[in-house]
Every structure is written in structure tokens, then in C-alpha cells.
Ligand binder design. Structure first.
Ligand code: ADP
Length: 671
């Protein structure tokens, strides 16, 4: 019980856990995918920012070169032109904060400040950073192009400061013998903050902070609000400029993927919910099934208990006649285990060999699809130890739920006890009848002796008196005559007594009637069968077709047939007799126009021993312990009263045939 209810719960719990883990993994993976998308975009943006910055700065350099590399003019012209160009350049390029024109000796010749800002080197002179400037310019000369200086912090009067980076453009001219000659330097100062603010298009800066940082991550300048969120995405790129390399850092302040960041997650969540619902429905269904299973198991157990406690044997066979089921009562009845019987069809071990043929025939009839009688039939089965017992078999077709016949179901009742009781009552009835007959005979004898005693005594005394009278010679012939008359009277009375007994017997003549020979047999067959079953005797009845009626006292003739059949069966009830067959037959007596029907009772017993033949019909002669010896003599009397003779002859191959004839109705003299 416990294993049934706990195991599924564990299974369900692990299934739920697995599905939940799978779905969480999916959500996590989709989150990761989303994050990697954000990171990828950030990297792409960083590349774009770096590209934009480089191209902006390099374009500036080109503008500078185009604008300021002018030689051959007078000093005054140059000064004026430079001032104008610088002013325009500063006006056009908001990222620049200051321009200087320096001599080759680094003396400031001219300078201009961005009109958008307060002058940058007002507090600290630009010369504070002279060594860096000179180094940058040396690099520029070496490279032959404008070069960038490392950035540096310039404090401002308002307490703030800015990170500044210079560009040095060496201005060359042609000297003596047309040799290139350094004329000075144009220095442009960029504020890193303004580079970020002005050179990067707005759409690139919209969703992320862009900053210049040092190698250790210190921010030099930044565009954006520097928001802090749960998850920050960063990307770094190097901005390679001639003479300097800057680190550009992008930080996305996009939120980490939300609960439903994208369709995939939404889909996964939807699936998760659907799966959970289905699992729940399944578990409900499962629980219902389990309940139904339990109920079914209970019902089955109840049926099994019912079958096991039945005293009726049950056996099921399929359409081929193979045994498919036997209940314990059946096994107990025949003494074979269910395993020994399962699957057997013909020649089951509980068939008595002598009845095997008949049972096989019945079997074949059943397999041919003929239904057995509803009220059942009787047969004999054999136990494992060889003993026989009578059974009542009730068979019915086995119909399955679809209404199709799948075999035969049989119920068996062991009726040995019933038979024993019937036999007991029959025997005691027999004994009672015999006693009654004896009593009647005794009574009749005493009645006769009593009735005859008086006339005989009277005759005897009259005779003695007459003799005395004759001897004395005193009396005359008249006296003797009177005595003789009295004797005759008494003798007549005695005759009357005898006649009255005879009349009593003859009175049965009036009980004679027309009777069908079959009806005579039918009346006694139940009684004969009863005994036949007990003694395992097979009864055969052979009545020729279309026989006429006979004229007889039904009760008496029936008694004759019963007595003869009983004697025959008792004769076969001996250990040596295997083939126990009793044949009752009626046939017309030989002759062209038979007057009689011949009734015969044949057995296969040991026959009649020659030494008892002459006493066979004597009253009270018997060879049986319980016998009365009146049967055959009574039979003979009855048969003779009907005008026939009771005969017997040896039967073939053994045994005896008793036979007698009865007159056919139209030949009988009806009185
Ligand atoms: P009971 O049957 O009471 O012995 P019966 O007068 O019917 O009296 O039979 C007398 C005897 O005749 C029997 O005891 C038996 O020995 C013998 N007998 C009668 N019928 C047969 C028979 N069919 N086969 C052999 N013996 C028989």
C-alpha cells in the first residue's frame, strides 16, 4: 500500500524539479544571450566611437595642415592670416580650446583662445608643460606630421580643471638652397571633455557613457550621466593617435534583461506554465487512475475470495476445449492442482477410464456449439487416488464483455453425500417394505390357521364322534349321516376360507389395464438408475419401435421388472466385474402374428451357479446377507398370474437373462 502511494509522489516531485530546472536554465541562457547581445553592441559602438574620434581628430589635423602650412608670406601678412585662421578654426571646432603659434625656440608668437570657453591657461601658463610640448613636437618632426601629446590636467580658476591634450604641427618652409627649414610650430589644445561632447554623434552617446580613461581605469573625461545599475556592461578600445594612445571606455547603463526581456523568455515562460498545467492535469488523472486501480483490485480480491470460498467447483474452458481456469474447490474435489489441470483438453486425469469415451462424446458435442441442458447433467469423476464420485455438472457458454463466446464455464457439485442419503433412505424403505410384506404373510398365515382351525377341529371332532358311534353300534345310520353332513359343511367352510384368500389375490385382476411397454419401463427407470449410479452400472434400454399395448396389472409387472433389474445389478456388484451393463429390452415374441411381448433383463454378472438352480424360485432362498429370498418367487407368481412363465438363460458373453412374456391387448381375454 505504502510503496504504491509513495513512489509516484517521488516521481512526480522529481519530474516537477527537472522541468523547473530545465526551464530556469532556459531563462538563464536566454538572459545570457540577451546580455551577450548587449555586450556585442557595446563592443561595436566602442569601435565606432574610436573610429569617429580618430577620423575627427585626423580631419582636424588635415585642416590644420592645409590652413597653417603657408610659407613665403611677409611676417605681418602671416601674423594677420594666422590670427584669422586660428579664430575661424576655434570657432568651427568646439573641441579645441586654444591655439598657439610658437617659434622654433618655443617662444609663443601668437595665441588664440576658444570663444566658447574662458581661457584655459590663465592660471597656469602653457609653458608649465613645456617639456611635454617639446617632446611632442620632436615626435611630430620625426613623424613628419602633426603629433598628439599625452593628456594632462590643467587646473582652472573656478576650482575645476580640465584634461587637455595638445597637437603639435611643425610648420616647415624652404630655407637657403631650398632646404627645408623649421619655421615654428602650431599648437592646438584639445579639451578631452569637448572632444567627447562634440566629435561623437548623439545617437552613439544616447544609451551609454563614453569616457577617456587611464590604464588603471581612472576617468579623464566622460560623456554621460555615469549611472549605476545592477549590471554594467563595459567595452574598452584604444584610440591610437600619432604620438599618443588613449583608452576609450563605453559603459552601457541599459538595465539587465527584465523578467520578459524578449520573445524567447516569454515563450519559455508560456511553455513552463503550459507544462505545469499539463503536469497538474496528468497528476490529477493519475490520482484518479490510481483510485480506480485500487477499487478494481478490491473488487478483484473480493471476487477471488468469493471464488475461493465457494464449495462449487468452477472450471472454464476455451473454444478449443482447453482448461483456462479452475477454482480451489474444483482442485480439492478432484485432488489435482490447478497447474496440473491448466491447458489440458481431452483425456483429463479426472475422467474415469470407463467413461472417457462418453465424456469425449459430450465434449465433442459441446465444441460443436450445442448448448448443454440448463438443469445440468450427472456424471462420474475420478479423484487422483482413483476413487470415483458422482457430480452434477451445469455448463453454460462463457460470453465476454463484447458479447462474444470465448469458451465454456462449468460448475460442479459433488453429489456423493446426496447419493448416500438417497441410498440410505431407499435401503431403509426396502427394508420397511420387506418387513411389511413379511408381516402381511405372517398375518395371512395366522389368519388362515385361525380360520381353518375351527372347521378342521369341528371336522376332526365330528369324525371322532361318528367313528365312536359306528364302533358302539348304538346309533343308527341317520346319526352317522348327520355327522357326515356336518363334516361336509365344515369342509365347505374351510374351502370358503381358502377361496376367500384366493379371491383376495384374484381381486387384483380388476387392476389390469392397457399399458404401453415403454410406460412400464419408464415407471421403474428412476429407481433403477438410482441404484445403477451407486453401483456404477450403465443402464441400456432397448424398446423396439411401434410396439402394441399389453394387458397387465401395472404395479405388479413394474415390481417384477424392478426385482429382476435389482437382482441383475447386485449380481454385477462384484470386484471382478469391470463391464457393468444392464440391458432392459422389450420385443415382440417370435412368430408371424405374435401374441406376446417379451420383456427381458440381461446382466453381465457371474451367472447362476448350477448347484443353486433348482432352488432359485423357492421362497426364502437367498445367497445374499441382506436378502429375503422372496423376489424371484413373487415374480414367478405374478408372471404366471398373467399367463406367462418366468425363464432364465445364460447371457453372452456372460451373465444371465431373465425374461417373461405379456399378452398383447387384442389377444387378451378380458374378463
Ligand atoms: P434375493 O434377491 O432376496 O436374494 P431372490 O429370490 O430375488 O431373492 O433371488 C434368489 C437368489 O437367486 C439370489 O440370492 C441370487 O443368488 C440368485 N439370483 C437371482 N438373480 C440372479 C442373477 N441375475 N444372476 C445371478 N444370480 C441371481
Amino acid at each position: 500500500m505504502i510503496s504504491v502511494s509513495v513512489r509516484p509522489r517521488w516521481l512526480w516531485a522529481s519530474l516537477f524539479a527537472l522541468v523547473a530546472a530545465l526551464l530556469l536554465l532556459l531563462v538563464w541562457l536566454s538572459g545570457r544571450y540577451d546580455a551577450s547581445q548587449v555586450q556585442d553592441r557595446l563592443e561595436r559602438d566602442a569601435l565606432e566611437v574610436v573610429g569617429t574620434l580618430r577620423s575627427g581628430l585626423m580631419r582636424n589635423n588635415q585642416t590644420l595642415q592645409a590652413t597653417f602650412l603657408v610659407a613665403g608670406r611677409s611676417r605681418a601678412e602671416q601674423t594677420e592670416a594666422w590670427a584669422l585662421s586660428a579664430e575661424r578654426f576655434l570657432l568651427d571646432h568646439r573641441e579645441t580650446v586654444r591655439m598657439e603659434w610658437r617659434s622654433p625656440e618655443f617662444k609663443t608668437l601668437l595665441q588664440a583662445n576658444s570663444p566658447y570657453k574662458s581661457p584655459v591657461f590663465s592660471q597656469y601658463s602653457h609653458d608649465t608643460y613645456l617639456s611635454e610640448l617639446m617632446q611632442t613636437c620632436a615626435t611630430a618632426r620625426r613623424l613628419g606630421t602633426a603629433a598628439f601629446s599625452p593628456s594632462y590636467f590643467v587646473p582652472m580658476p573656478n576650482g575645476m580643471g580640465m584634461e587637455v591634450m595638445d597637437v603639435c604641427l611643425p610648420v616647415m618652409g624652404l630655407g637657403a638652397q631650398a632646404a627645408p627649414e623649421l619655421r615654428g610650430y602650431v599648437l592646438v589644445s584639445y579639451a578631452l571633455q569637448d572632444i567627447l561632447d562634440n566629435l561623437i554623434p548623439n545617437d552613439l552617446a544616447r544609451n551609454q557613457d563614453i569616457s577617456f580613461t587611464e590604464g588603471d581605469g581612472t576617468r579623464l573625461a566622460m560623456r554621460g550621466a555615469a549611472r549605476r545599475t545592477l549590471r554594467n556592461f563595459t567595452a574598452q578600445q584604444l584610440l591610437d593617435l600619432p604620438g599618443n594612445t588613449l583608452v576609450v571606455r563605453l559603459e552601457s547603463w541599459r538595465d539587465a534583461p527584465g523578467l520578459f526581456p524578449n520573445v524567447l523568455t516569454a515563450l519559455v515562460m508560456g511553455l513552463f506554465v503550459a507544462l505545469m498545467v499539463i503536469l497538474w492535469l496528468l497528476s490529477v488523472d493519475m490520482r484518479r487512475r490510481l483510485k480506480a486501480e485500487h477499487e478494481l483490485a478490491d473488487a478483484l480480491a473480493f471476487r477471488k475470495a468469493m471464488e475461493d470460498s465457494l464449495v462449487t467447483g468452477l472450471r472454464a474452458r476455451d473454444l478449443q476445449g482447453r482448461i483456462t481456469y479452475v477454482n480451489p474447490a474444483f482442485c480439492q474435489m478432484v485432488g489435482f492442482s490447478a497447474d496440473e489441470l491448466m491447458g489440458l483438453s481431452a483425456n483429463a486425469p479426472y475422467w474415469p477410464p470407463e467413461l472417457a469415451e462418453e465424456i469425449m462424446r459430450r465434449h465433442a458435442v459441446r465444441l460443436a456449439g450445442n448448448s448443454p441442458p440448463r438443469e445440468g447433467f450427472e456424471s462420474v469423476f475420478m479423484r487422483k487416488d482413483g476413487s470415483r464420485f458422482p457430480v452434477l455438472i451445469i455448463e453454460a457458454p462463457l460470453i465476454n464483455a463484447q458479447g462474444v463466446q470465448t469458451g465454456w464455464m462449468s460448475a460442479f457439485l459433488d453429489i456423493s453425500e446426496q447419493r448416500r442419503v438417497e441410498e440410505l433412505s431407499r435401503a431403509s424403505q426396502d427394508r420397511l417394505q420387506a418387513t411389511a410384506r413379511l408381516a402381511m404373510v405372517g398375518e395371512m398365515a395366522s389368519l388362515l390357521s385361525h380360520e381353518l382351525n375351527q372347521p378342521l377341529a369341528a371336522i376332526s371332532s365330528y369324525a371322532t364322534g361318528s367313528l365312536n358311534m359306528i364302533k358302539s353300534g348304538l346309533s343308527g345310520p341317520a346319526d352317522v349321516e348327520q355327522a357326515m353332513q356336518r363334516i361336509a359343511l365344515q369342509a365347505e367352510r374351510a374351502g370358503k376360507v381358502i377361496k376367500s384368500v384366493h379371491d383376495f389375490v384374484r381381486r387384483r385382476d380388476q387392476a389390469r389395464e392397457r399399458t404401453q411397454p415403454q410406460a412400464l419401463l419408464d415407471a421403474v427407470l428412476p429407481l433403477i438408475n438410482l441404484q445403477a449410479r451407486k453401483l456404477h452400472v450403465q443402464v441400456q434400454v432397448r424398446v423396439a419401435e411401434g410396439l402394441p399395448e399389453v394387458w397387465c396389472d401395472r404395479t405388479m409387472v413394474e415390481q417384477v421388472i424392478l426385482n429382476l433389474a435389482r437382482n441383475a445389478m447386485q449380481a454385477m456388484d462384484q470386484p471382478g466385474v469391470r463391464d457393468r451393463r444392464l440391458t432392459l429390452s422389450v420385443q415382440p415374441m417370435a412368430g408371424d402374428e405374435p401374441r406376446c411381448l417379451m420383456f427381458s433383463v440381461a446382466d453381465l454378472g457371474p451367472g447362476i451357479a448350477p448347484d443353486i438352480e433348482h432352488q432359485l424360485f423357492q421362497p426364502f432362498f437367498t445367497t445374499k446377507a441382506e436378502g429375503m429370498g422372496l423376489g424371484l418367487s413373487l415374480c414367478r407368481t405374478v408372471v404366471e398370474q398373467h399367463g406367462g412363465t418366468l425363464q432364465y438363460a445364460p447371457n453372452a458373453p456372460r451373465g444371465t437373462v431373465f425374461s417373461f412374456g405379456l399378452t398383447i391387448t387384442h389377444h387378451a381375454t378380458i374378463d
